[in-house]
Design a protein around this ligand. Structure first.
Ligand code: ME8
Length: 531
């Protein structure tokens, strides 16, 4: 992936920016309940990547939304004594308010009950039928409403679904089937020829191994309930909720309604999903697209599961803590940073209040927050809060060059890590720069320089460097801590929104304008006390 804007002070000026779209998605979440930490985990990760790509100068399209059809949602509505439509209409704001509180920058939010989705879904399924990719058959199987999927006996533990803890229901119906079995060879070829189609690699191997064992055709309609999109040629049936749901990625991009938009956005560059739903995204979804000769998404990235208190994921524990509780204590920046930094993105990971407070205090309050307040206070004390002129090449010494080199290396490592969706690694790299800037303060001791009039210009040079370092941090950290980054940007006397800048325009040293008026302000990240 080209890294636009990897420009040091010896940079080459503006990179020319071709139209370079980046379309990324989260799963669309079931509206059977309110969002929990697990849903927020995927969504924040996607937002981090979306914001980073925008700073790279790409035309980002970031989609999230809600999955509203099917038995799972219908039954939760029934339990509340509401129609599915009333229930989902009530629930959507509960999701969007959490996304707002977490500063999500999504460009679109799709609900599968919208006409812009339902009509194109019918078109897609009709096109499959017209190509003889769908036939009527009968099915007898075990259906888990929690997963909204049929289960084979070997997928059950003591007769129960291991993810949901209850026994699936026996279903016997006439269903329409999609000829999935016929796609096994093409899918294997896809995984073999495109190592990045399923990431990380361990997941790709899992999928490959399973598909090599062969595929069955897939039941794609249901007749026993009606909360769904009707099968266009046989309206007794509704389309299986997963077929309906997967299509959101295409319908939201204009499939079946806006050809010009679809042409521009499709295929998706990356679908972020949890490992629980990898099979649908890595097998069924590409087969559906192949069946209509449509381009395939470039990457499906399946991350691990978040656990609470070190125990195996339990839904009641996970839903016991709402994202709001954590945002209240740590702010949305603290929330975003913790989950992205602490957990290795591909693997399962743990949440605890203790770990979150420790990480917040060490990285945000100490490393970054203290650096900002020290630097801004010294500029206030020694230079009346005004940014001096940038140093010329001859005024730069070895210590200054090492700071700049650390920035360059950290930025490149961060960009490379994000291109590989190694989210925790990206933040580790960024913090190498933050820590180096703290070490530089100790090395150059501005307070000692301030005592010696002969060192006046040297004092200006080091404080300029430090203020400029804060500016570069605001830019490269704005995708993960957007509030604090904007705050820092403004305290440095910079105008406008840092999220609208680009690495190409602003990623070099020496771009902090002379005479900017800075402000010290309150701590960016007030320390959190242990209890
Ligand atoms: O599966 N840790 O929706 P869903 C990390 N509607 N992520 C978690 C998690 C955990 N403990 N629990 C949930 C559906 N997630 C379908 C998707 S897409 C076309 C249709 C996240 O509401 C993770 O991304 O059950 C997982 O894949 C998703 O929520 C499941 O959300």
């Amino acid at each position: 992936m080209p890294v636009l804007g990897l420009l040091g002070e010896r940079g080459h000026g503006k990179a020319s920016m071709p139209y370079d779209k980046f379309y990324l998605t989260t799963p669309i979440y079931y509206l059977n309940d309110v969002p929990h930490l697990g849903h927020a985990y995927t969504t924040v990760a996607a937002d981090f990547v979306a914001r980073w790509r925008r700073l790279e100068g790409r035309q980002v399209h970031f989609l999230t939304g809600t999955d509203e059809h099917g038995q799972k949602v219908a039954r939760s509505a029934e339990a509340k004594g509401l129609s599915p439509r009333e229930w989902t209409d009530q629930l959507v704001p509960r999701w969007t308010e959490v996304w707002d509180a977490l500063d999500l920058s999504n460009d679109d939010f799709i609900r599968t009950t919208e006409t812009r989705h339902e009509e194109p879904v019918k078109k897609f399924v009709q096109a499959l039928y017209d190509r003889d990719q769908i036939y009527l058959g009968s099915y007898e199987g075990l259906y888990c409403v929690g997963c909204e999927a049929f289960k084979t006996p070997d997928e059950l533990v003591d007769g129960k679904c291991p993810l949901h803890g209850f026994a699936p229901e026996v279903v016997k119906e006439d269903n329409y089937f999609f000829r999935l079995a016929g796609f096994a060879d093409r899918l294997i070829e896809l995984y073999e020829n495109n190592p990045r189609f399923v990431m990380p690699e361990s997941r790709r191997n899992e999928v490959l191994g399973k598909v090599r064992q062969g595929l069955d055709d897939l039941s794609i309609s249901r007749v026993s309930f009606d909360w769904g999109v009707p099968v266009p040629w046989d309206e007794k049936h509704v389309i299986y909720v997963w077929i309906d749901a997967l299509l959101n990625y295409a319908t939201a991009a204009g499939y079946g309604s806006d050809d010009e938009m679809f042409e521009r956005l499709w295929p998706a560059d990356i679908h972020f999903v949890g490992k629980d739903i990898l099979w649908f995204h890595a097998v069924i979804w590409p087969a559906m697209l192949m069946a209509l000769d449509l381009p395939l998404p470039k990457t499906v990235f399946a991350h691990g599961y978040l656990q609470v208190g070190g125990e195996k994921m339990s839904k009641s524990k996970l839903t016991g803590i709402s994202p709001h509780d954590l945002i209240e204590s740590f702010g949305s920046d603290g929330y975003r940073y913790f989950f992205m930094r602490e957990l290795s993105f591909g693997q399962d990971g743990n949440f605890s209040w203790e770990a979150m407070a420790a990480r917040y205090n060490s990285d945000l309050a100490n490393d970054l927050g203290n650096l900002a307040s020290r630097v801004l206070s010294m500029i206030h004390r020694y230079l009346d809060g005004v940014i001096p002129s940038p140093p010329s090449d001859s005024e730069i010494d070895e210590a200054d060059l090492r700071l700049r080199d650390t920035h360059r290396a950290a930025f490149k490592e961060m960009a490379d890590a994000l291109a590989d969706v190694e989210i925790g690694e990206a933040l580790k790299s960024a913090w190498a720069f933050v820590r180096k800037a703290n070490a530089y303060v100790e090395e150059v001791t501005p307070w000692a320089l301030a005592k010696d009039d002969a060192q006046r210009r040297r004092l200006e040079v080091v404080l300029y460097q430090l203020a400029d370092a804060l500016r570069l941090m605001a830019l490269m950290l704005s995708p993960i801590i957007p509030h604090a980054a904007q705050d820092l940007w403004e305290r440095l006397g910079l105008a406008g929104a840092v999220r609208q800048r680009t690495f190409a325009d602003d990623g070099r040293w020496g771009m902090l304008p002379e005479s900017s008026r800075t402000e010290v302000g309150t701590p960016l990240f007030p320390r959190i006390e242990a209890d």
